[in-house]
Design a protein around this ligand. Structure first.
Ligand code: ZN
Ligand code: ZN
Length: 138
């Protein structure tokens, strides 16, 4: 993976660049991610906020008002693509791999998280470390 990545939403109204290497590459099987992904796990990378530059339209945000520790999800207000998530206590941004111009640059996840919420038909690559919930430091 090169140190510079580019991506954006499906319609192109929001664009971004990432200028430093992601700290973590993972797949998340939580129930919320199943809504946003279309049913499968969400593939994501953790990138530092300083290295992520957004351009174009301002994203819309959504935060579950009933959860005190809820994450904030950013999406394109025109096409609905979910681009990033901010989690309380996590300094990095969660960046959705499907929004990269070249998703093959991801080269696959290193861990699978929230496996206690996974569906029986979700696929986890053989040998990938799995976690029932969120491992510390992720
Ligand atoms: Zn869009
Ligand atoms: Zn998730």
């Amino acid at each position: 993976m090169t140190d510079e990545l580019e991506g954006g939403c499906f319609c192109g109204a929001i664009r971004y660049t990432v200028t430093s290497k992601p700290r973590l590459k993972a797949q998340c099987h939580c129930r919320a991610c199943q809504y946003f992904s279309g049913g499968g796990p969400n593939y994501y990378m953790l990138v530092s906020p300083e290295s992520l530059t957004l351009s174009g339209d301002a994203p819309g945000t959504y935060r579950n008002p009933d959860k005190p520790d809820a994450v904030t999800r950013m999406f394109c207000k025109t096409c609905g693509t979910h681009l990033t998530t901010e989690r309380p206590g996590l300094k990095e941004r969660v960046l959705k791999v499907g929004t990269l111009d070249d998703p093959s640059a991801f080269r696959g996840p290193k861990i699978a998280i929230f496996c206690e919420e996974k569906q029986d038909w979700h696929v986890i690559p053989e040998g990938l470390p799995t976690f029932d919930t969120l491992p510390s430091n992720t």
